[in-house]
Design a protein around this ligand. Sequence first.
Ligand code: C5P
Length: 228
Amino acid sequence: PIPLPLHGLHVLITAGPTQEPLDPVRFLTNHSTGKMGYGFAHEAAALGATVTLVSGPVNLPEPDEPSIETIHVTTAQQMFEAVQRNYQSADIIVMTAAVADFRVNKIADEKIKKAGRTSIRIELVSNPDILAWVGARKRNDGSQVLCGFAMETQNLIENAAKKLASKNCDMLVANNLRDAGAGFGTDTNVVTVLTPGANDGDDNADATADAMADAPNASAPNIEKWRK
Ligand code: C5P
């Protein structure tokens, strides 16, 4: 029999949102459903991979493939720790999670009360950037492939190109929240896939370099649009 294309490979995927508590009953989060990451996990398993799925809180069925291990986390810090434990053995790392950029500095022990106040201040501190952390440590000999995601509402390609380079990704999947057929919770998507182009010997590099001539200092990625 022909071996499946991802047979023998370990795929690490982050999925869903994170929840950052304010007090015992409240949290900050976002609209991520986890569909994209869970879709990747099922697909990778079907292609023969062993999958570690690090999932924030989602309303999706637990994958029942024996080759998928799902690790449930709540906060960005917990997601970071799960990724730290699993990234070294991963051949392919796909970070689809919508990680909260900030968490509440001091989580209240008890429920925050209105107590006649008309406003309150909550201080937020930045969370670790998990993708950037992995990007800084991944093997650059081609034996470890890192794919990041970017959802933007403006300057999609420009921001995605920056993330591709600054987070040392091999692939960056950019989706515009406002594209028809894209966005949170949809079964379809329209994405632009960026891969490093400059100085990598790729013959598309010249064309994209021309396209980015007005940003001469940016490295010119290869850009492809995919629709599903
Ligand atoms: O910079 P931005 O958060 O938009 O980058 C999105 C990409 O970075 C996604 O792949 C997301 O999973 C990853 N990310 C991360 N840890 C963070 C923030 C984003 O892994 N704290």
